[in-house]
Design a protein. Structure first.
Length: 154
């Protein structure tokens, strides 16, 4: 993953089974935030180690190429990161996570450091009993709808 702008951008919430997919980090701790790996590990080398019956995205975060036909894509932009940025960060002052993906990350290219503050809390898996996660994952949800939901839920 070099820094050449002509190389494909990478999605930090990517498809674990894409041929180029790498493990971005491990979900850990009570809050399930991502602990980033220092170096990428090919997903194909790790997927067989995930116990049967457990979704790989429940315990790991994957990165893969950002695809032009992705349901979260609008032109060259990712609408998922727009929705992610709508939710206030858990902490206002924390260090930017160290991430091997940043130079080619679509979210970084599109929004800069703001996405990095929220990225560790992003879960590729969402659960039906979590309305906010469902709204975030739904490509038809607008940032304005999220803001309205957050305002009424508070």
């Amino acid at each position: 993953m070099g820094t050449d702008e002509s190389t494909p951008s990478w999605c930090p919430s990517g498809d674990a089974y894409a041929p180029e997919a790498v493990v971005l980090g491990v979900r850990s701790g009570a809050d399930g935030e991502v602990a980033y790996l220092a170096d990428p590990v090919p997903a194909a080398e790790v997927l067989a180690s995930v116990p049967e019956g457990i979704s790989p995205t429940r315990v790991l975060r994957f990165a893969s190429h950002c695809l032009s036909d992705c349901i979260n894509r609008r032109g060259n932009d990712c609408t998922l990161v727009e929705r992610v940025l709508t939710v206030p960060p858990k902490q206002e002052t924390r260090a930017v996570p160290r991430c091997h993906l940043r130079a080619q990350c679509q979210w970084w290219r599109q929004t800069g450091v703001d996405a990095c503050y929220r990225c560790p809390a992003v879960s590729t898996s969402h659960y039906t009993d979590d309305e906010l996660s469902e709204l975030m994952a739904d490509p038809s949800t607008t940032p304005e709808q999220l803001q309205s939901w957050i305002a009424t839920a508070s």
